[in-house]
Design a protein around this ligand. Structure first.
Ligand code: PRX
Length: 675
């Protein structure tokens, strides 16, 4: 593994140690950090890692004892291979692995109740700040009370263990309370990001037959109000037959229509609810949540996570990768609408009894220093954000962060997309003042928890590399034919063994699950990412190799945006590709052919962009729309996305075009761009 890297010559700079590894800069954790860290040397990491791979059952059984169990498991790990009609039986595949079978546990109990018998009882669990600077702090015992009441409200609205509840809210404490209340009674939650449209809500609610939607009148964002309730109303009116009730938090006090018999105010229901609601013991494999994410088809996939394995994965990664301590103030800036918010705003930190910061609004509102101001005022010690935000901050200028005393920080994290070395260095130098290790954490909605990341007190980091795998994770970079790549040879990233927080399926679609993740490299998990492993064993993630694009760290399927575009009356055909973007990582470019009679003008472009926002949400709005009479296709009629990608990124096509059916199309597209 990376042993040899640690032996290279090093020179002291600030409090961390830098040296060079060929052209690359190597950063060793400072002595001060390592000494206090749970894992403080490469040797210790390697020993634990080897043990986790050699005997995962033994390793994870020991770790799982740190959680609270109503009933101990019978077996740590069991792989079952059900017969599937289309995708095959999956012989040897670990697709259908279960963890801690026979055990009974409750995620909410582990995140709250477990801490009440310790001094953590009156410790801040959530320090919340509204966009309008409002502040609220909930201790673990206050959180317990609120969550218990909310769980009773759910019951009073007819929600039972096993039902699905959709949550569409802004980043308020009640969002955390709603999520945990579902977990408390075993209702499977599906959080829908507050930036998604009515159509997106309807599709998700219908896919999982949610009985209840929890929402708010509105959410504050960049000084304006997002009409959450109106979006829910539009979704339900357009056809959500499973929805019986809508629970509405009053947050922004904008006018809303409450439908008698269906809609219930949160504050009214909570006022009447009892604070006594013991957590329900649930099977280890009870579905904790479904989270929809983009894939390679037009329809988002409902990724299913279950209780015990997921909780253990988030608990352990939080403990070792963020090296969380009782005295820490942990701030993950992600929205709970994404998996990062599930795992590292809520479940991971709370299972560790940590204090979290939760912020409602936009990063640059009312001024570009908002994040740094929050770090200073709340004394955040660990900050976890996305490269896209870091790049936006770089552009805004160092003066905004330099205004603030951020000496409380001791560790920084990055997630969501590859972090370019320049952004890494800025994060290290300007925010971390050369003092804080950076954990570049690679993982996915599907993996539930961090998979590849430095252990901060042990593993030397190199800007741009997510470094080494976490315990129990066995990644490999392979060629198309499945053979292992040589060091530094680019290939496809796969995972060879099951891990506790792995997805358990795509909701109601085991065939698609098997096909999507376990057939490309039969029996092994295919991540959809390209990567290379250097000669020291470090992983370098190169980004998606499928039709999924990471826009500002958010996953979008090109097919999803294409189906939205062709849903507009003017569009005959559409192809969406990504092009590199300095801030967003990737930007969306849509090539569109119009039906006869539609004017290819700016106003139609704007209409199409708004149409996509209506169908999916603003995050999916194409950055560029280019009209063309035809799209480049092969003779068999397949759109040649490769050419479009090249055209969108470089403005010309130098690659192989021999399979192109009609060469004049390219000329036309190029001319269109020059206009
Ligand atoms: O392409 C990888 C990228 O984000 C994808 C997963 O997206 P999502 O499921 O939305 O989860 C994002 C938050 C975990 C991956 O397939 N990705 C995530 N983290 C990194 C990354 N790419 C490079 N480096 C990372 N640290």
């Amino acid at each position: 593994m990376a042993k040899s890297t640690t032996k290279k010559k090093h020179s002291k700079r600030s409090d961390s140690i830098e040296s060079t590894l060929g052209e690359k800069r190597l950063f060793k954790p400072s002595k001060a950090f390592s000494e206090k860290a749970r894992i403080s040397s490469m040797a210790q990491y390697e020993k634990l890692y080897r043990a986790s791979i050699k005997d995962p059952e033994k390793f994870f059984a020991k770790q799982a004892e740190e959680l609270h169990w109503f009933k101990k498991w019978r077996k740590v790990l069991e792989t079952k291979n059900p017969r599937l009609s289309k995708a095959g039986a999956g012989g040897g595949s670990f697709a259908f692995t279960q963890w801690f079978t026979g055990g009974e546990i409750n995620a909410c109990y582990n995140c709250i109740d477990r801490h009440l018998s310790s001094p953590r009882k009156n410790k801040a669990a959530i320090i919340w700040e509204g966009e309008n600077f409002e502040q609220r702090t909930l201790t673990y015992s206050q959180l317990h009370r609120e969550v218990s009441k909310a769980a009773n409200v759910l019951k009073s609205l007819g929600v039972k263990t096993g039902d699905r509840v959709a949550i569409y809210m802004g980043m308020t404490p009640e969002l955390a309370i709603a999520v945990l209340a579902c977990a408390r009674i075993g209702a499977t939650h599906t959080v829908i990001f507050g930036g998604f449209s009515a159509e997106a809500i309807r599709d998700r609610v219908n896919d999982c037959d949610a009985k209840l939607i929890i929402t708010a009148d509105g959410a504050f964002r960049r000084g304006t109000i997002i009409d959450l309730k109106k979006n829910v109303d539009n979704a339900v009116t357009s056809g959500c037959p499973s929805v019986e009730k809508v629970l509405v938090l009053k947050r922004t006090a904008n006018a809303v229509v409450m439908i008698a018999g269906r809609d219930v105010w949160w504050h009214e229901a909570m006022a009447e609810a009892s604070a006594n609601c013991p957590a329900t013991p649930l099977d280890s494999e009870h579905p904790l949540y479904i989270l929809y994410t983009s894939g390679t088809t037009g329809k988002p996939k409902g990724i299913v996570h279950t209780t015990a394995g997921y909780l253990l994965g988030t608990y352990l990664t939080m403990k070792y990768i963020f090296d969380i301590r009782d005295e820490d103030v942990f701030w993950c800036s992600a929205d709970v609408g994404w998996v990062t918010g599930h795992s590292y705003v809520l479940y991971g930190p709370l299972a560790n009894g940590a204090t979290i910061v939760m912020y409602e609004g936009a990063p640059t509102y009312p001024a570009p220093d908002r994040f740094w101001d929050i770090i200073e005022r709340h004394g955040a010690t660990i900050f976890y954000t996305a490269p896209t935000a870091i790049r936006a901050f770089i552009r805004a200028g160092d003066e905004h962060s330099n205004k603030h005393d951020m000496s409380s920080l001791r560790l920084l994290g990055s997630v969501g997309e590859p972090i370019n070395p320049e952004a890494w260095m800025w994060y290290h130098r300007v925010i971390g003042k050369g003092r804080c290790p950076i954990v570049d954490t690679w993982w996915q909605t599907e993996t539930g928890a961090i998979m590849i990341s430095p252990i901060p007190g042990a593993v030397p980091t190199i800007p741009g590399s997510a470094t080494l795998p976490f315990f129990g994770v066995e990644p490999e970079v392979v060629r198309k034919d499945g053979t292992k790549c040589n060091p530094d040879e680019g290939g496809y990233l796969i995972i060879k063994k099951p891990w506790p927080s792995m997805l358990r399926g795509i909701y109601k679609d085991p065939e698609r699950f098997q096909k999507q993740y376990f057939t490309e490299y039969p029996g092994l998990y295919f991540t959809g990412d390209g990567a290379r492993q250097d000669k020291n064993g470090y992983f370098w993630i190169m980004g998606r190799v499928d039709d999924v694009i990471n826009v500002s760290g958010h996953r979008l399927g090109t097919m999803e945006v294409e189906s939205a575009l062709v849903g507009h009356e003017s569009v005959a055909e559409a192809a969406v590709v990504g092009r590199p973007d300095e801030i967003k990582g990737s930007a969306l470019v849509a090539f569109v052919t119009l039906k006869k009679g539609w004017p290819a003008d700016e106003s139609l472009k704007e209409k199409l962009r708004n149409h996509v926002a209506e169908m999916i949400g603003s995050i999916a709005k194409p950055d560029d729309i280019r009209f063309s009479d035809a799209l480049p296709k092969t003779r068999s009629g397949k759109i040649m996305r490769r050419l479009l990608r090249e055209l969108a990124s470089t403005g010309s096509v130098a690659g192989d075009t021999t399979t192109l059916e009609d060469f004049s199309v390219l000329e036309q597209l190029r001319a269109g761009e020059e206009e």
